[in-house]
Design a protein around this ligand. Structure first.
Ligand code: B12
Ligand code: SF4
Ligand code: SF4
Length: 364
């Protein structure tokens, strides 16, 4: 081993140690040549799978060309951070399925029960970049987390953070898929990390479990059908044909991850930031429907849910309440009364969802 090799190894190990101290579970280093992903990205956009997410098309192939997005970039440091709340018990999947089976309870996706991850990851990635600059001198860099111009799963996969599962997410043998991704584009020629082999094999559990058939083929997701898209990204009325399949999912969806056998290795976060807020971990639809806009904004301070705004929040709740009425859930009559009482003050869009919800009552 040359002295250069030794220095490279030391730097890689130091980066790992700093990242771990900052709450990341794993880091990698990817090359900037993502040209082989361009055809898939273009096919996805051409099929219209992005729905209303115009920002996905806006950056075109710059998404697959880091050096065009941030000139001077020669490597991408990739990082993953586990997000299951610290208090997550063993056998958490069964608890999640149980809640999904109780129509009068509200289900918020696991990743969104604590603090907004964008802020958490970006701040910590910046600290990691600063630490690296201290060690190697001036460093041209830019940090990203869940930012539309970056092809994050592709970069994570190429740098060994995991493989792409058939549900399209990054999946790791050590941690399943319950983690966020973030990146630092850098102008330093750091040593690359190697990709890992895929381990989906013949399994198709995620494809079969998806309530709306959004995973139209392995590794291909039609976002327009995905409950995560419908409850978070989609503006305006939710297509009626998809409403019954949404059940009590009022923000995001975890089903394709709940069934994935690799998620028995999912790790809870080490950070308090992702601790679940009581109102989001165990509320009934009736309780959340009782919030006015001021209460919504107060309760959702610092949460990613605040981004969707009060109207979409009410829209999502109305759909879930309609599904509870259809299922004749305990307390269904009280839910119908709550919907009726809110109808006169509701916006046109929410009023239409309330009407739909009331029409789901048995015999209506
Ligand atoms: C847009 C987006 C969404 C959309 C679309 C998701 C999707 N799969 O495309 C919606 C709103 C539905 C969504 C939902 C969720 N998301 Co999201 N999302 C993103 C975002 C911003 C971009 C993803 C993207 O580029 N999609 C575009 C398509 C083209 O990419 P792709 O699916 O990876 O496709 C590749 C191949 O599969 C293939 N391909 C795909 N389609 C086709 C079609 C044809 C014909 C061909 C030939 C090839 C092909 O080519 C592509 C390039 O290699 C990323 C952050 C980022 N900037 O990367 C987060 C991200 C992927 N999401 C994340 C999370 C956590 C979620 C949810 C779990 C949240 C939830 N619980 O509700 C769900 C999971 C749904 C799912 N099964 O994917 C995490 C995933 C972390 C991880 N472990 O991998 C990310 C990385 C955010 C982050 N920083 O942590 N998301
Ligand atoms: S998040 Fe839900 S709706 Fe979206 S692909 Fe996964 S199981 Fe299907
Ligand atoms: S459920 Fe099966 S096919 Fe889907 S991502 Fe997990 S291992 Fe792969």
């Amino acid at each position: 081993m040359t002295q250069g090799d030794r220095a490279e190894l030391d730097l890689t190990q130091a980066l790992r140690d700093w990242a771990h101290a900052l709450g990341f579970s794993q880091i990698g280093v990817a090359d900037v040549d993502l040209s082989s992903a361009e055809a898939g990205l273009s096919a996805w956009l051409q099929a219209g799978f992005h729905g209303q997410m115009d920002y996905m098309a806006r950056h075109g192939l710059k998404r697959a060309r880091p050096a065009e997005l941030v000139p001077g970039t020669v490597r991408v440091i990739t990082a993953r951070m586990d997000y299951l709340p610290r208090q997550t018990p063993a056998g958490w999947q069964a608890i999640e399925w149980q809640r999904l089976g109780q129509p009068a309870r509200a289900n918020v996706s696991l990743y969104a029960r604590g603090r907004d991850y964008h802020k958490v990851l970006r701040a910590r990635l910046q600290q990691l970049a600063d630490r690296l600059a201290e060690a190697i001198g001036p460093l041209g860099h830019r940090v990203f987390c869940d930012s539309a111009p970056v092809l994050e799963v592709e970069l994570a996969q190429r740098s060994g953070l995991g493989w792409r599962g058939k549900h399209t997410l990054t999946l790791s043998r050590d941690a399943g898929s319950t983690f966020f991704l973030g990146e630092i584009y850098v102008d330093a020629p750091l040593a690359l990390s190697a990709p890992v082999e895929g381990h989906c094999g013949r399994c198709e559990a995620c494809i079969q479990a998806c309530p709306t058939g959004a995973i139209v083929a392995p590794y291909r997701l039609d976002a327009r059908r995905c409950i995560s898209y419908l409850t978070i990204e989609h503006d305006g009325p939710i297509p009626e044909v998809l409403r019954p399949q949404m059940g009590n999912r009022i923000y995001g969806c975890d089903d394709c991850q709940l069934v994935c056998p690799w998620n028995k290795f999912a790790e809870p976060s080490r950070l308090v930031d992702f601790d679940a807020r009581a109102a989001l971990a165990d509320a009934t639809l009736a309780e959340l429907w009782g919030w006015d806009e001021a209460r919504f904004l107060r309760e959702m301070e610092g949460s990613p849910i605040r981004r969707i705004g009060f109207e979409r929040w009410r829209r999502n709740l109305a759909v879930a309440m309609g599904n509870a009425l259809a299922a004749r859930a305990p307390g269904a009559q009280a839910l119908a009364a709550l919907l009726q009482a809110a109808r006169p003050q509701a916006s046109a869009m929410v009023a239409e969802h309330i009407d739909w919800a009331l029409a789901q009552q048995a015999g209506a």
